[in-house]
Ligand binder design. Structure first.
Ligand SMILES: Cc1cc2nc3c(=O)[nH]c(=O)nc-3n(C[C@H](O)[C@H](O)[C@H](O)COP(=O)(O)O)c2cc1C
Ligand SMILES: CCCCCCC(=O)C(=O)O
Length: 381
């Protein structure tokens, strides 16, 4: 729309959908989510956005990062470099992609697009068991880029073990056991919508991929501590345990053979009123200090949940996370812009993190130490 027919926009007014200068707002994640909501079918949007029960944990997660304050170091003339290693694998940024299911609902290329985006920006992607492309198809989308495979226990033990083996054979660098889903959380939006995978999409790693399973609150996916060493052996991969929120559990996982602990509330989709990741992280980091992974290196700690800005990520690194993972922001990027959208979200937040690091006198992720943060005394703990 150009020329005389175009009404001048008021300051702060959103461009209309047919406005050609309507660039996707990749750096404003609330607006990006609003844009994704326009393009997604309502039950799909609800599935991605929603959480357990009242969703207070979904709301609280980003706020919890903001209950910390940064203490900048000055006079350091710092040029930030985001490169680091995760379980020995070099990555270009400590901001990675958390596993999230059914990406084909957001974009026809689904996980393939996300994987290509991660490869383009040097970020690590974790691929969900509940993917709409198979473990091998996603690996082949960017064969040289590092990725991890997230494993859910399947009804048949043989099928679960087979998936672990296939992940190893397809070149994934770690197996992520998600332990916070012994049963599915009570997600009121999905119950109300009777949510199921839309026709035409398949659960590609499922034994009967053309089933259209509804998310069932009764499907038990419990792991035990014994599974940690067992799956490391089956796959020949290091095991990351995802969904840990307590120091005692973190130590028990490390002693059972985990190479890394991933602090997560599953995006507030499992337990409502759960302690936010931003507050659980220090306890877990303290607890695993001195714990040794099977290869003799230190047990690493990662975190996700409500990370929406570079400063949130810097707080997480300062509290001891080696990497920070994004869930929903990458879903909104995929829905709005496919691989370009995911890459833009990752690049935007990584640039913000580098900027925050420079402003705080932090040269590398390893230089983000606990003295850099303090709890904001005037906010509820
Ligand atoms: C739509 C959706 C699907 C998810 N699917 C999985 C999954 O298949 N496996 C898993 O371990 N976690 C899953 N998660 C949890 C994410 O890995 C991650 O913990 C969470 O999204 C991080 O919070 P954030 O969305 O606020 O960034 C899912 C999260 C969302 C939003
Ligand atoms: C019975 C397992 C379904 C898991 C679906 C994916 C997931 O983790 C989610 O949060 O949704």
């Amino acid at each position: 729309m150009t020329g005389l027919t175009q009404r001048r926009r008021e300051p702060g007014e959103e461009p209309r959908p047919d406005d050609p200068d309507r660039e996707p707002p990749y750096l404003d994640l609330d607006r990006l989510e609003a844009r994704a909501r326009e393009v997604l079918a309502p039950p799909v949007y609800d599935y991605y956005a929603g959480g357990a029960e009242t969703e207070s944990s979904v709301q609280e997660a980003p706020q919890a990062w903001r209950s910390w304050r940064l203490r900048p170091r000055v006079l350091r003339a710092t040029q930030a470099d985001l490169a680091t290693t995760l379980l020995g694998t070099p990555v270009g940024t400590p901001i990675g992609i958390a596993p999230w299911a059914y990406q084909g609902m957001a974009h026809p290329d689904g996980e393939l697009a996300t994987r290509r985006a991660a490869a383009r920006v040097g970020a690590l992607m974790t691929v969900s068991t509940s993917a709409t492309h198979s473990v091998e198809e996603v690996a082949a989308a960017a064969p040289d880029a590092p990725a991890w495979f997230q494993l859910y226990r399947q009804h048949s033990p043989e099928h679960t073990a087979d998936l672990a083996r296939r992940a190893g054979a397809a070149g994934y660098r770690a197996l992520v056991l998600t332990v916070d889903l012994p049963v599915l959380g009570r997600r009121r939006r999905d119950l109300r919508n009777d949510f199921a995978l839309p026709a035409g999409l398949r659960m590609a790693n499922h034994p009967a991929p053309d089933d259209r399973p509804a998310l069932s609150a009764n499907a038990s996916t419990s792991w035990t501590f014994d599974d940690i060493a067992r799956f490391a052996e089956i796959s020949d991969l290091p095991v990351v345990v995802k969904g840990v929120l307590r120091g005692d559990d973190a130590v028990a996982c490390a002693r059972a053979g985990a190479s890394a602990i991933w602090v997560s509330t599953h995006g507030g989709r499992q337990v409502d009123l759960v302690v936010p990741s931003a507050h659980a992280l220090p306890e877990v980091v303290d607890a695993v200090r001195g714990e040794v992974a099977p290869d003799g290196s230190d047990v690493e700690v990662y975190v996700d949940g409500g990370v929406r800005a570079g400063s949130d990520a810097l707080v997480a690194l300062a509290l001891g996370a080696r990497a920070v993972f994004l869930g929903r922001p990458t879903a909104w990027g995929l829905a709005v812009g496919g691989a370009d959208g995911v890459a833009a979200v990752l690049t935007g937040l990584s640039e913000e993190l580098a900027h925050a690091m420079t402003l705080c006198g932090v040269a590398t992720p390893h230089d983000a130490t606990p003295d850099l943060v303090v709890r904001a005394g005037w906010l509820p703990r």
